[in-house]
Design a protein around this ligand. Structure first.
Ligand code: NAD
Length: 428
């Protein structure tokens, strides 16, 4: 099939490269010329394991990149993978996606064959019917050959390619059997050697499945953090407790690691968006609001633990890990941001280190110091806050000798507890 993918960010680039790998002909479209130039040269604009290899093998062959929407008309199906950020009140900002939907419609105004426009972006249940479908219709002058569907994406940054290639489920939100069949034809090569559940539903339900999924996972972590904070108050190890809890099949052992909280480009934005959408419908989603509140509390608890051992005013504090999770350079809503902000507010000098995310964080906090290694960050530090569980922090050892009296507050249970270190686990 010939597929066009609009938006070449984390999702758009990954799905485009994977569709090419599945044997489709793919054209990616982005308004950012630098991204398009990188993709045309077979380079990944983002840091994702396996992505560069896929781009190298398909760029210039079954995978083309352009800034022009003209390519849409040549394709059979168009995926929209544009960012859906938050407004100040947490509600979804559809401006960019709506513009892309309208521009897609414009290029399809005279198309005589049926064309499927698939929303890949995460959108609230009413967005397609009230905003996106009307935008496509407006653009196309009401061309009835165009249908709009929803196919939410569940990949995680850091393992985007393998998540996409081995999904637990594929959700097809469409208004017709034809559209469902089209989506199925796209994913069929993937299902040849991988079992995935197929969910066939309507676009609004498909949109809600994505939010329910993320709200559930985020709230599971917040619940585990709440229980973890209680464990800490009792002097108990939340990891020991949750390991036993996870033996219950109804709960599962996944997502039971307590710590400094969830971040990234999806959980915070999506939980806030569905809270705002629910409120607009007149419903008060009390549990989701509490999930956000508990998440906001964790960085503060980290600072309180540090303050038990170090007077922060005028101190040097090493912050280890800046990306929102390991194996990505994405710092969007990383817990390192409130940790650094709170340290600076209390008069501490921050020396930050991350294997790949120093540059984006330097833009966010130009006044912090940045080290080239964990060892350099620890040198002369009065305390350490571990925010991201990069593997290399598990093997820090003699590096702590560079501190006078090593104090480590570990927000991810990654550093090994050992003699000669004051070690505080956030929830254990
Ligand atoms: P992103 O910000 O990384 O990428 C969006 C891209 O769209 C950018 O490259 C931007 O230049 C481009 N763009 C903006 N306006 C455009 C236009 N009019 N025409 C063409 N290109 C345009 O976003 P992302 O992280 O890939 O997320 C996209 C959507 O997928 C969001 O709704 C997000 O919630 C959802 N999602 C993201 C993830 C994830 O892990 N990042 C996972 C699942 C779902």
């Amino acid at each position: 099939m010939h597929i066009s993918v609009i938006g070449s960010g984390y999702v758009g680039t990954t799905i485009a490269a994977c569709f090419a790998e599945l044997g489709h002909t793919v054209t990616t479209i982005d308004i950012d010329e630098e991204i398009v130039a990188a993709l045309s040269a077979g380079h990944a604009p983002i840091d994702e394991p396996g992505l560069e290899d896929l781009l190298e093998s398909h760029a210039g062959d079954s995978l083309e990149a352009t800034t022009s929407y003209d390519a849409v008309v040549e394709s059979d199906v168009t995926f929209l993978a544009i960012g859906t950020p938050s407004n100040d009140d947490g509600s979804i900002d559809l401006t960019a996606l709506e513009a892309a939907a309208e521009a897609t419609g414009e290029t399809l105004a005279d198309k005589e064959n049926r064309h499927l426009v698939v929303i890949k972006s995460t959108v609230t249940p009413t967005s397609i019917e009230t905003v996106l479908e009307p935008a496509v219709t407006r653009g196309s002058g009401g061309n009835e050959n165009i249908e709009v569907g929803m196919n939410p994406e569940f990949l995680r940054e850091g393992s985007a390619v393998s998540d996409f290639m081995q999904p637990d489920k594929l959700v097809y939100g469409t208004d017709s059997e034809w559209a469902t069949e089209r989506l199925h034809a796209i994913y069929e090569p993937l299902l040849a050697d991988h079992d995935a559940h197929i969910v066939e539903t309507d676009p609004a339900t498909a949109s809600m499945i994505k939010y329910a999924n993320n709200a559930f996972l985020a709230s599971k972590i917040s619940l585990v953090n709440d229980l973890g904070n209680i464990c800490k108050e009792f002097g108990l190890d939340a990891y020991e407790v949750m390991e036993a809890v996870g033996l219950d099949d109804r709960i599962s052992e996944r997502f039971l690691r307590s710590g400094v909280g969830w971040g990234g480009s999806c959980f915070p934005k999506d939980v806030n968006a569905i809270i705002a959408a629910a409120r607009e419908e007149g419903y008060d989603p009390a549990l989701l609001e509490a999930s956000v509140e508990i998440n906001d509390r964790q960085p503060e608890r980290m600072l309180e633990l540090l303050e038990h051992h170090v007077a922060l005013e005028g101190s040097h504090i090493a912050v280890l890990g800046l990306s929102f999770k390991p194996r990505t350079d994405d710092i969007r809503n990383s817990r390192a941001i409130p940790v650094i902000e709170k340290l600076q507010d209390r008069g501490a000098e921050v020396v930050a280190y991350d294997p790949v995310a120093v540059d984006p964080m330097r833009e966010r906090f130009p006044d912090a110091e940045y080290a080239n290694s964990a060892a350099e960050a620890l040198d002369g530090a009065d305390g350490v806050a571990v925010v991201t569980d990069w593997d290399e922090f598990a093997v820090l050892d003699r590096e702590f000798d560079a501190m006078d009296e090593p104090v480590v507050v570990d927000g991810r249970r990654i550093v090994e507890r050992r003699d000669g270190i004051v070690y505080e686990g956030l929830t254990y």
